[in-house]
Design a protein around this ligand. Structure first.
Ligand code: OGA
Ligand code: NI
Length: 364
């Protein structure tokens, strides 16, 4: 199939080049899904083949009490199995979470001409980017999603370059959620029997970015995806989702090894979703799982979600921790310069965990 960006497609130009986004198209009174959004059958999500993930959320406040070890074990077990879990009592005020979601709506509800400046203004583009679908230049089918990507370098830069509609709350969310990431990462690394000093831990999460995802209502959700199958590249992701639902994670059926199922991470008021990314899977020599996940669109409401991605600094070399390789007797991944990993990650359209092959040893 021809790449969409190679065709002189006026629809593509309206959505991607001119910055109207898929929201702009939906707002123009769309009645059916355009061809460039229709997924091949094997990529569509059949709700009948999914079920809700029934893992209860983990209460982080209990880390400070007599149940500390039990909570630690819950976190470790979740990271080793599904690679996803939810947390409550995480110290990010619930009012802030509401404001973050409201500000995402405020940004995307602006007219296209206000949003498009964040596509054109090259000087801000490294800190703030407005985009639609993951990688329009290389995809065969587009994802039903608009988003902004806000990269953190300093408070001053954030307040200068991020959009007024959301910068204050996004920065506060980034700071408080980063504390959760640090607590969880220290637990997960500690349970591997490895000691890393604070500066090493910091460099594993030294690159932080907040995205705001906007999935407009879709006339026929069965045909599209909000985000296609992918794993997150970084170390740990914290995700705030609203009440609409639609996030699915790939899992193996516990009772039927080899059988794949897609579990929905149900919206829980006040909870945050935590997931392991590729960097942590590599560091842990495969012990912690960076799971494949995707998002289904809905027909009557627009959905927002706000991930905080924490990633290693580009200059870090990421490979399985040497103590683990010694213990395991085998490295499942090679050491990669993190910049190279990310260049590869952004250079290919979403296709499950394929991006991990860049570091995997003996991957076919
Ligand atoms: C992502 C992602 C899930 C969601 O942005 O990487 O997986 O629920 N988002 O929006
Ligand atoms: Ni993701």
């Amino acid at each position: 199939m021809a790449q969409i960006s190679n065709t002189s497609n006026s629809l593509y130009n309206f959505i991607v080049r001119d910055g109207n986004g898929i929201k702009g198209l939906v707002d123009s009174g769309l009645l059916e899904v355009p061809k460039i959004y229709i997924q091949p059958i094997n990529e569509r999500i059949n709700k009948l083949e999914t079920k809700p993930c029934d893992m209860p959320p983990i209460d982080l406040s209990k880390l400070n009490g007599k149940e500390h070890e039990k909570v630690v074990n819950e976190i470790v077990r979740a990271a080793e199995t599904l690679g996803f879990f939810q947390v409550v009592n995480h110290c990010v005020p619930l009012e802030l979470l509401e404001s973050v979601k409201d500000s995402a709506h405020a940004f995307f509800n602006m007219p296209p001409e206000k949003k498009v400046v964040y596509r054109q203004n090259v000087s801000t583009s490294l800190k703030m980017r407005y985009q639609t679908t993951f990688a329009p230049e290389i995809e065969n089918v587009l994802e039903w999603k608009d988003y902004i990507n806000m990269v953190y370098s300093s408070d001053e830069d954030a307040l200068q370059y991020w959009p007024n509609e959301c910068k204050d709350v996004a920065l506060e969310y980034l700071k408080l959620s980063s504390k959760i990431v640090k607590v969880i990462l220290e637990i997960l690394i500690g349970k591997l029997g490895v000691e890393l000093d604070d500066s090493k831990i910091e460099s594993l999460i030294g690159l932080k970015m907040v995205n705001m995802n906007y999935y407009p209502a879709c006339p026929n959700p069965e045909l599209t995806v909000g985000v296609g199958r992918h794993s997150d590249a970084g170390t740990i992701t914290v995700l705030l989702q609203d009440g609409i639902g639609g996030l699915y994670v790939k899992a193996e059926d516990e009772n039927d090894v080899g059988k794949v199922e897609w579990l929905e991470i149900p919206p829980i008021p006040g909870a945050l979703v935590i997931n392991v990314g590729d960097a942590l899977e590599i560091l842990s020599n495969g012990k912690y799982k960076s799971s494949e996940h995707r998002v289904m669109t809905t027909s009557n409401q627009s959905r927002v979600s706000v991930p905080l991605f924490t990633l290693p600094k580009f200059t870090e070399k990421i490979g399985p921790l040497p103590e683990l390789v010694k213990k395991d007797g085998l490295a499942g991944y090679r050491e990669v310069l993190w910049k190279d990993y990310m260049d590869n990650f952004y250079g290919v359209a979403h296709e499950g965990k394929k991006t991990l092959n860049f570091a995997k040893i003996n991957s076919s």
